[in-house]
Design a protein around this ligand. Structure first.
Ligand code: ZN
Length: 510
């Protein structure tokens, strides 16, 4: 625990749990036989083979295999093909399993775990309706409420718990978008939690509440020096560059990002009132230039001109289909993206309102798009035979397929975070971020279609083994190196503090 920080001493429980999380692969020293993962996975020179699975590489040049092996050495994939001979290597038996890249989430507010399902009905803002969806709402209760009463230990346990939960669900890479950078100590707690989680993450340095002592965006220099001296780490850095913070702030943030070589992420939500500033920036009147280092989140309600200019500039877009649909961001702009030849990555966004597993993201993306396109086609005819089943007119958008949403949830995420040289596909030379999904399970067997089974049938219970940079982090259904009971108690204590500080009653049936 070379990077242990003083703030951790404020909670002995947190410290002990964190030490466990970074202790490396546990288990008996000689653990190598049945029932245990190969020894010292992820360590330099250590080799093992994932043998006999249905391999979906997500790399067209590597392809798919009904049955193949994946050889890993240290943190990298060495080979993907049938019948690999490696006498000295450990073995993970993957028969009956789907072997594919870990999922990538390009926008998740990890800090909000203590408020899970608090806004199960909630909208972004109060719409004056007096309905249960208007109050409580995201603007008043989360951003202007809970977020402001987070202590450093709250940031730490919320982010760690969210990260472990997603790791358990097969999400091996995340962009953390946590707007709790109220002080350098809050920031350090967030980064420490991402490191202690033991998965790949892009730490998004977004704003805090602007209190005295907050140093956004200039603190990016310190953060980069202290935590991210090399670009070769499991946790990397992205700059938050929200346009709604006003020109004076965002121009500084974007300039610092480019000086430091960081990508820039920003929310773009028409219903939040952001369209005018996006139009100005797209026109070149915003004092910043959009480029391929930009990741825009949501892009609901944006003008055609802004879309066109962002596409031409090579900017990327992350969509949070279920959240956009339920919280009134606007219709997820997937048809606009198809029209422009763009593809999104996927965001889980906020667990105040929706679970953060990748299966929910993929299925929602696919069903939402197909609902719209299917109705477009039906509307060419009438509900009355013989016009009840029209042939799609020329120009009708293609229906999304399971392959499409799998690409969104893996390789597109890697590209949008600038990590596609390291993860997103099972490609020799890349780091081994891999999930083994149980295709023999009650909800999946018999296996007839690998991409179809993953998207149509699976859920987090099928995520059996999870590997990050060669290291086994979940083994046969159990997360390794995490005392989850203890961490849950820490999270509950944090939740209790936060509700008390908000003067909100805890009502389990509200
Ligand atoms: Zn967000």
């Amino acid at each position: 625990m070379s990077r242990r920080r003083d703030f951790l001493r404020t909670s002995a429980a947190v410290t002990a749990a964190a030490a466990g999380a970074v202790a490396g692969i546990a288990g008996p020293a000689d653990a190598h036989g049945d029932g245990q993962p190969p020894k010292d996975t992820g360590h330099r020179g250590r080799r093992y083979v994932i043998r006999g699975g249905a391999v979906m590489s997500m790399d067209p040049d590597v392809g798919d295999f009904e049955r193949a092996d994946v050889l890993i050495e240290g943190k990298r994939i060495v080979a993907v093909r049938p019948d690999i001979r490696a006498a000295d290597a450990g073995v993970i038996d993957a028969r009956g399993r789907i072997v594919m890249p870990g999922f990538i989430d390009t926008h998740h507010h990890l800090f909000e775990t203590a408020e899970r399902a608090f806004l199960a009905n909630g909208l972004l803002r109060d719409d004056g309706s007096g309905s249960p969806s208007a109050h409580p709402n995201y603007s008043e209760h989360i951003l202007e409420g809970f977020a402001r009463v987070y202590r450093t230990q709250d940031v730490y346990i919320n982010e760690l718990f969210a990260g472990l939960s997603q790791l358990d669900a097969g999400v091996t890479t995340v962009l953390d978008v946590s707007q709790v950078h109220h002080s350098p100590e809050h920031t350090d707690a967030a980064v420490q939690a991402l490191i202690d989680t033991g998965r790949r993450a892009a730490f998004g340095y977004f704003e805090g509440d602007g209190r005295i002592g907050a140093r956004y965006p200039e603190d990016a220099h310190r953060i980069r020096d202290k935590w991210f001296p090399s670009d070769d780490q499991l946790v990397t850095m992205v700059m938050g560059g929200e346009l709604h913070l006003g020109r004076e702030v965002y121009t500084r943030a974007w300039a610092i990002a480019r000086e430091l070589g960081l990508r820039i992420a920003a929310h773009s939500v028409g219903s939040w009132g952001m369209r005018p500033v996006f139009d100005a920036v797209a026109r070149g009147d915003g004092g910043v230039e959009v480029g391929p280092d930009n990741l825009f989140i949501h892009m609901t309600g944006m003008s055609d001109e802004t879309w066109q200019r962002f596409r031409d500039a090579g900017a990327h877009v992350s969509l949070a289909f279920p959240i956009e649909m339920t919280m009134r961001h606007g219709t997820p702009p997937i048809l606009k993206m198809q029209e422009l030849g763009l593809e999104p990555s996927l965001s889980s966004d906020v667990e105040t309102t929706m679970t953060a597993d990748p299966f929910t993201q993929m299925r929602t993306a696919m069903t939402m798009q197909r609902m719209i396109v299917n109705q477009l086609v039906l509307d060419q005819g009438t509900p009355v035979p013989p016009d009840n089943w029209p042939t799609p007119a020329p120009g009708t958008p293609d229906l999304l397929t399971v392959r499409d949403v799998l690409r969104y949830a893996t390789v597109n995420g890697a590209k949008h975070l600038g990590l596609d040289g390291r993860t997103g596909t099972l490609t020799p030379g890349k780091e081994a971020d891999i999930v083994l999904l149980d295709a023999t399970a009650l909800n999946v067997a018999p296996l007839n279609n690998v991409p179809g089974a993953v998207v149509s049938l699976m859920d987090r219970t099928n995520v059996e083994t999870v590997i990050v940079a060669g290291q086994v982090r979940k083994w046969r259904g159990r997360l390794l190196d995490a005392d989850l009971n203890r961490l849950r108690r820490d999270l509950e204590a944090s939740r209790d503090h936060l509700f008390k500080a908000m003067r909100l009653p805890q009502n389990l049936f509200a």
